[in-house]
Design a protein around this ligand. Structure first.
Ligand SMILES: O=C(O)C1=C[C@@H](OP(=O)(O)O)[C@@H](O)[C@H](O)C1
Ligand SMILES: C=C(OP(=O)(O)O)C(=O)O
Length: 428
């Protein structure tokens, strides 16, 4: 990390492919007879877990220079896996596959790492059981998950939490059922499943905060081009905004409105940035240029904005340290159910550098702070990629090395993180 110190950050980077879109492309590609070409997917620990699970069901994959090709014998030929499926650290893999396997009428057992074993799965089991699924959980809440094939029917479901993983699991289970699966959300969550299902020929539409899937249609392959992941770009965007003399451009980043809440926050705080949108149908994307900005205003993040930037909240907290007043996060209790309790982790780690938080169940108020000498502090990463990368950005922006107990989890979503940082470093 030494080589990243005493730097400003300039130039352009193509951040890795969107994790949510890559998971879904691998799953729908495996479900649809023939070949699906996925261009510029994210290849990381989490998405490789999805790929391995789809192969265990009977799909195959091969890699070309830029693409992954998924081949499927068709959904009728997919089979119940012989061994337990291993979903690693990936909540998306675990929850979406629970819906998909239920919809396929297969039997499977599924488990992940020690973090997955603590993440609530009753939120997917409840609607799927309403559809007729036979699902068993540990303590009726956690993995391992056992799914036994059983007859299903469509449901109309009011989502108790804003979760694209739960919404997608229900949609995947309803895909081959005759009739309408209807889901109502209070705050819309990311809509990648809806967009991709539509691209694969499903009869699906969104009306206000409701999604209506008319099931039973055969899916047809469609090639997928994966834009850059705005959740990964967020780390570099924040770094550029708080590091003097920086000016970076992130190419071809997803600007899907259900994911781009960070742009709204940058605008409200007065960050110097500009966006060049590219014309396309389906998933929106464009280039994001961010420059170092003085005199940032504090942020207030709550309500419908939360699902649009849920994974970016840890790194946005760094931006709050540079603001000229107290910033607030409300309505973000979901952060407590991620790879680790991200409210706890942010508060505990930034408390170590003297940041003052007023912590609540669903968020916090945070005061601006200078980052002190951190050379004698030991930080914890909680095996959570978003916490680890936030801590690294905190260190680099203050020109210091950092001791994190175990930074290896970066490979869950952004294996080239340090190399991308090196590619935009410039001498002061
Ligand atoms: O559907 C997805 O791809 C995701 C949905 C979000 O989780 P929830 O569905 O739990 O909100 C997000 O935090 C996660 O990183 C990816
Ligand atoms: C919460 C995340 O992922 P998942 O739920 O798939 O583990 C994340 O990537 O921040």
């Amino acid at each position: 990390m030494k080589e990243l110190l005493n730097s400003k950050f300039t130039g352009s980077v193509s951040v890795p492919g969107d994790k949510s879109i890559t998971h879904r492309a691998m799953m729908l590609g495996a479900l649809t007879k023939g070949e699906t070409k996925i261009t510029a997917p994210l290849i990381s620990d989490d998405t490789l877990r999805t790929l391995a699970c789809m192969e265990a069901l009977g799909a195959t994959s091969r890699k070309t220079e830029n693409d992954y090709i998924i081949s499927s014998p068709g959904r009728d030929q997919l089979k119940s896996p012989e061994a337990q499926l291993y979903t690693g650290n990936s909540g998306t893999t675990t929850r979406l596959l629970t819906g998909l396997i239920t919809g396929l009428g297969l039997n499977a057992s599924m488990n992940g790492d020690s973090s997955i074993e603590k993440r609530p799965m009753d939120r997917v089991a409840a609607p799927l059981r309403e559809m007729g699924a036979d699902i068993t959980l540990k303590d009726d809440k956690y993995p391992p998950i056992q799914i036994q094939s059983s007859p299903l029917h469509t449901i109309e479901y009011i989502m108790p939490v804003a979760s694209a993983q739960v919404k997608s699991a229900i949609l995947f289970a309803g895909l081959f059922l005759d009739g309408k699966t209807i889901i109502h959300e209070e705050s819309p969550s990311r809509n990648h499943s809806e967009l991709m299902l539509s691209q694969f020929g499903a009869d699906i539409k969104t009306e206000g905060n409701s999604v209506i899937l008319n099931g039973g249609r055969e899916l047809v392959n469609s090639d997928i081009v994966v834009p850059g992941d705005i959740s990964s770009a967020a780390f570099l965007m924040v770094l550029a905004a708080i590091t003097p003399d920086s000016d970076i451009t992130l190419n071809n980043v997803s600007l899907n409105d259900s994911r781009s809440g960070i742009i709204d926050v940058f605008e409200d705080m007065g960050v110097d940035f500009e966006i060049t949108r590219h014309n396309n149908s389906g998933e929106l994307y464009g280039d994001i240029r961010v420059k170092y900005t003085e005199n940032l205003k504090p942020f207030n993040i709550s309500g419908d904005l939360i699902p649009r930037l849920i994974d970016e909240i840890p790194v946005l907290t760094l931006l709050a340290l540079s603001a000229d007043g107290e910033s607030r996060v409300d309505d973000a209790e979901e952060l407590r159910f991620k790879e680790t309790d991200r409210i706890r982790a942010v508060v505990d780690e930034l408390n170590k550098i003297g940041v003052s938080f007023d912590e609540r169940e669903d968020g916090y108020t945070v005061k601006p702070a200078e980052i002190p000498d951190i050379s004698k502090i030991s930080f914890k990463g909680y095996h959570d990629h978003r916490i680890i990368m936030m801590l690294i950005i905190m260190a680099i922006s203050s020109n210091q090395e950092i001791h994190i107990d175990d930074p290896s989890a970066i490979s869950i979503s952004y294996p080239n993180f340090l190399d991308d940082l090196k590619s935009i470093r410039g001498d002061k």
